[in-house]
Design a protein around this ligand. Structure first.
Ligand code: NQM
Length: 354
């Protein structure tokens, strides 16, 4: 019988967009979810704020896992299950997807032989198991091999790399059943106007001004504001059941997004709680959800947004801006897309705490 602590487990450690995570083949992990989650906590070194005895990066954005397998549904090439491994709690959650980690799923699926590469560019249709939708990724594969080199830059990541184009459809209500799970563009919770929205990621969108913020504050600065963080969390705990997410005290959704007028020529400025740490940039699906909220008249996002006519929303965040494209038909968001980059950082075996 194999002993993971002694023999190790095949693992790709990759950057996807502005996140980093461990990519595994489903067959290399225990089939039982509880055993799998226990193993992943031991691999990442959780719970521990420093994750010193594991490979996690001591930040929710670097404590992520992608589990890959051949697709279980027609019209897709590969199944991708996203798991958030909490840093300082013994929790692993499948209650959200991740569009940044998604950026490296196409390359990882080709690296692991789940998808055959073509010469030039390879389209990988990815079944996002957490939410049920299919994303289409276009991966650079000159000579039939994944290439990570290229000229695409994304804010929050130094340098350039090969672009990974991602296209989505059918994101409305990915986890909440409807884009607006309460049927309203604005709900008031604890006296704060909130848009409870799910366009690929359950988000609560609120005006930064309602928390006494300009919206320009940095990640550490906001995290140090205990009273603001407590108010945001109190609203989150009430919003979760209203969004059909049940009790969310131990879940990583909904994300809490504070919006303000754009300051750098974008559509809207964001500071997002994921849900307790403040994001260093912005989640891909969170950006799609906020951009969609900008189209809802009278909502906190619409009040401050400069809506682009061409559907290309630059969503400003603490380290720059992320561009998401919304295809709007008859006032509804019919599709969305973005460009990310990804890179293989390490391919080997990982040894969990025994
Ligand atoms: O919203 C972080 C990230 C994410 C999620 C988080 C994401 C998304 O940036 O699609 O990518 O919100 O926990 O990696």
């Amino acid at each position: 019988m194999s002993d993971p602590a002694a023999d190790g487990i095949p693992c790709l450690w990759m950057r996807g967009g502005t996140s980093k995570g461990a990519y595994f083949l489903k067959d290399d992990l225990p089939a039982d979810p509880a055993a799998r989650d226990g193993l992943l906590l031991a691999i990442m070194g959780s719970p521990d704020p420093r994750q010193i005895d594991g490979i996690g990066g001591a930040d929710p954005l670097c404590s992520k896992v992608a589990v890959l397998s051949g697709s279980s549904r027609a019209g897709a090439d590969v199944d991708y299950l996203f798991l958030q491994v909490f840093v300082d709690q013994p929790l692993v959650s499948d209650a959200q997807g991740c569009g940044n980690i998604l950026a490296a799923v196409g390359p990882a699926a080709i690296e692991r032989g789940l998808v055959a590469a073509r010469d030039g560019e390879t389209e990988v249709r990815i079944h996002m198991v957490n939410t049920g939708e299919v994303a289409v990724a276009r991966v650079a594969t000159p000579g039939g091999r994944v290439s990570y080199r290229g000229g695409a830059a994304i804010d929050g990541v130094p340098g350039t790399a090969a672009p990974v184009a991602l296209m989505f459809q059918g994101l409305a209500g990915s986890m909440c059943g409807a884009m607006l799970p309460t049927g309203r563009a604005v709900d008031v919770i604890d006296g704060v106007a909130c848009t409870l929205i799910d366009m690929g990621m359950p988000c609560v969108v609120m005006a930064a001004a309602d928390f006494g913020l300009t919206g320009a504050e940095g990640r550490e600065e906001i995290e140090a504001m205990a009273a603001v963080c407590a108010r945001v969390e109190a609203i989150r705990l009430q919003a979760g059941p209203m969004m059909n997410l049940g009790e969310v005290a131990e879940k990583s959704v909904p994300k809490m997004v504070l919006v303000s007028a754009p300051a750098e020529g974008g559509a809207v400025r964001t500071r997002s709680f994921i849900p307790r740490r403040v994001h260093a940039s912005v989640g891909v699906f969170a950006a799609v959800s906020v951009a969609s909220a900008c189209l809802l008249p009278g909502s906190p996002a619409a009040e401050v947004a400069v809506v682009p006519e061409d559907g290309r929303f630059r969503v400003e965040h603490p380290t720059g801006a992320a561009e998401v494209y919304l295809e709007v038909r008859d006032g509804q968001v019919a599709g969305a897309g973005t460009i990310r980059t990804a890179r293989k950082l390490m391919d080997g075996r990982v040894f969990p705490r025994g």
